[in-house]
Design a binder for this molecule. Structure first.
Ligand code: SF4
Length: 380
């Protein structure tokens, strides 16, 4: 089966009678989870038809609807969600797809995960902690495995470095870790760029360490930066990539929550009239309409309240999700759906652009999110 616990979409997971082999702890919990939510309207249980009708009513009367999420849906459901958004005039906010846009635009070089395994000698985990978000990244691709040109693996052939706001679990197994102040991320990036240009950086960070780091990065034969959700702003990352590529060869891959974010980034960009600027009623990093201005927020597989304080949300809330979330507890309408790769089939795009077919592992009575969105599309 293909695990949809994160964007690595591991395809070697096997389900036994009572176990789940090769999955990491996140994948195991994701695959074996049996907690399901009930259809609800105003926090009271209802049947599915009533929940879908109530959601449709909210959508048609909304003047500033916003759809958020999309990263935990199969590609086909995302396409229906885009159609629905267009029909009701909703803005789509995907969050954390900005770096995918930079990659798809050709603003930065990227590579595939097998290329990381085969060639990468310097790996930077920038604002990310894959041990806790993409747990098999290090064992399958980024650090431990032997690759075509990296026969000695992490002991001799690879240098892994974390640059993050805190000393994470990933930092604890890396050869070097830099902990940076959340308010002085740009200062660190500028200092590193100065050091890469052989200038003594003007910074309150340890100059000698930054110069040493720059020296190491310049010697990389095939460097990879994995950028996560607490990485510095995109423009700073792109500037760093440009500077790095003046003297060595660096690629960028984003590590974001959601197993199918790359697919939604691709689909939003491929819409007619989209110039890649985040126009066409979509935004990748929370830009566009402020969520507190929206009079209806549809959360598709996304726990909005886990990332935003509830007082910032004033509109009616519709949740379509396989699991109970903090947001579903407060939503006006909750519509439970099947989960991609568990009881719903479809396709997805791995974080490095590889298309993956996702078969279901068990049957269930639950409607897929794609089927729910189609029903909404028919009635709005
Ligand atoms: S690393 Fe991600 S895709 Fe692989 S088993 Fe773990 S959660 Fe699933």
């Amino acid at each position: 089966m293909v695990c949809t616990g994160c964007a690595l979409l591991c395809d070697d997971v096997e389900i036994g009678e009572s176990d789940c082999r090769h999955a990491c702890r996140i994948g195991d919990a994701h695959i074996t989870s049996t907690t399901q939510i009930e259809a609800m309207v105003d926090q009271s249980p209802v049947d599915m038809d009533t929940a879908i009708e109530s959601a449709a009513k909210i959508l048609v009367s909304a003047e500033k609807p916003v759809f958020v999420g999309f990263g935990n849906s199969v590609t086909e459901a995302q396409a229906t969600g885009i159609e629905l958004a267009e029909k009701v005039g909703a803005e789509i906010k995907t969050f954390h797809t900005g770096i995918f846009d930079d990659i798809l635009d050709g603003r930065v070089k990227t590579c595939t995960l097998p290329e990381v395994r085969d060639y990468a000698d310097v790996i930077i985990f920038l604002g990310c902690d894959p041990m806790n978000t993409h747990p098999r990244l290090l064992s399958k691709y980024a650090y431990y495995p032997r690759g075509e040109k990296r026969q000695h693996g992490w002991e001799e052939d690879r240098t892994a470095i974390t640059i993050d706001l805190r000393f994470s679990h990933t930092a604890s197994i890396c050869k070097e870790a830099y902990t940076i102040d959340p308010n002085r991320q740009i200062e660190f990036m500028d200092a590193l760029m100065d050091a890469l240009s052989n200038k003594v950086p003007k910074t309150t960070y340890d100059k000698k360490r930054i110069l040493k780091l720059a020296g190491k990065l310049k010697k990389a034969e095939f460097g990879v930066i994995f950028a996560g959700t607490s990485a510095p702003p995109r423009d700073a990352i792109v500037r760093l990539m440009d500077r790095l590529n003046e003297s060595s060869d660096f690629r960028l891959l984003p590590l974001a929550p959601g197993y199918n974010l790359r697919s939604i980034a691709e689909q939003l960009r491929n819409r007619p009239g989209d110039d890649g600027s985040g126009g066409n009623n979509s935004s990748s990093n929370g830009g566009g309409t402020n969520l507190h201005e929206a009079d209806c927020i549809l959360c598709l597989g996304f726990d909005l309240m886990n990332s935003l304080p509830a007082h910032g949300i004033n509109g009616k809330m519709i949740v379509i999700d396989p699991n109970e979330t903090l947001t579903s507890r407060y939503a006006d309408v909750v519509i439970p759906c099947a989960a991609g790769g568990i009881d719903c089939a479809g396709s997805a795009v791995r974080m490095d652009g590889e298309p993956v077919e996702i078969p279901p592992v068990r049957e269930s009575e639950r409607l897929s999110d794609g089927a729910i969105l189609k029903r909404l599309l028919e009635v709005v």
